[in-house]
Design a protein around this ligand. Structure first.
Ligand SMILES: [Mg+2]
Length: 217
């Protein structure tokens, strides 16, 4: 066996990260923020937003909330993103955004047209399904993801979607992985995770399943 050959047994299920693994944005966050901010009379430097956004996300508390009713959850999700939007605007040298700008940006990223499916994903998912693999999405995102996956045509290929905001825990917690596996009725030893971030790797490890990391250009 070559040293780089993976010796894991063939899985019954794959858990998949969403952003950066299955789907990506069509335009940079900075480009979109600047475009929308301009409609509100605010000048925002797209490059500065793009530079600061990853740090803001890394420093943020988990996008996860205790079990609550849908309306309260919706408000919590918008509130979480409003804080991130203000943090990145301030980090980029601007002012916090008015509430209607928070709302507009939040709604905009619920639009599947803002996202794209990576070419290899469009090819792999139907093949994996045909091979009998059960597929779950485990994402540190919120309830908008379900509509995005639906609009991009991926929903019929996926058996379960677990988003951190509703699960009450975000990767690198093991909980979202275990919740997806329980729904799929698959043991951790029977599944692999595919993701693109350190949270994917350590969360999968905590849940007891191997992780493959993809690297997008
Ligand atoms: Mg990702």
């Amino acid at each position: 066996m070559a040293p780089d050959t993976v010796a894991w047994p063939r899985p019954r299920a794959l858990l998949l990260d969403a952003m950066g693994t299955l789907i990506g944005l069509r335009a940079s966050v900075g480009t979109t923020y600047a475009e929308v901010a301009a409609r509100h009379g605010l000048q925002v430097e797209p490059d500065a937003i793009d530079r600061r956004f990853p740090d803001v996300l890394r420093a943020a508390p988990p996008l996860a909330f205790p079990a609550q009713e849908e309306s309260a959850l919706a408000a919590a999700e918008l509130g979480w993103w409003a804080e991130r939007i203000d943090e990145v605007l301030i980090a980029a040298g601007g002012d916090p955004a008015p509430a209607d700008l928070h709302q507009e940006l939040f709604e905009l990223y619920a639009d599947p047209g803002r996202w794209r499916v990576y070419d290899d994903v469009a090819a792999c998912l139907p093949r994996w399904r045909k091979q009998g693999l059960r597929l779950g999405v485990v994402s540190n995102f919120d309830r908008r993801l379900e509509g995005v996956l639906e609009g991009l045509g991926l929903a019929p290929l996926i058996d379960v979607v677990v988003v951190s905001s509703r699960c009450g825990a975000a990767k690198p917690s093991a909980r979202p992985f275990l919740q997806a596996l329980a729904t799929l009725e698959v043991e951790p030893s029977e599944a692999w995770h595919v993701g693109d971030s350190p949270e994917d790797a350590s969360g999968a490890r905590a849940a007891g399943l191997p992780c493959l990391l993809v690297r997008r250009p």
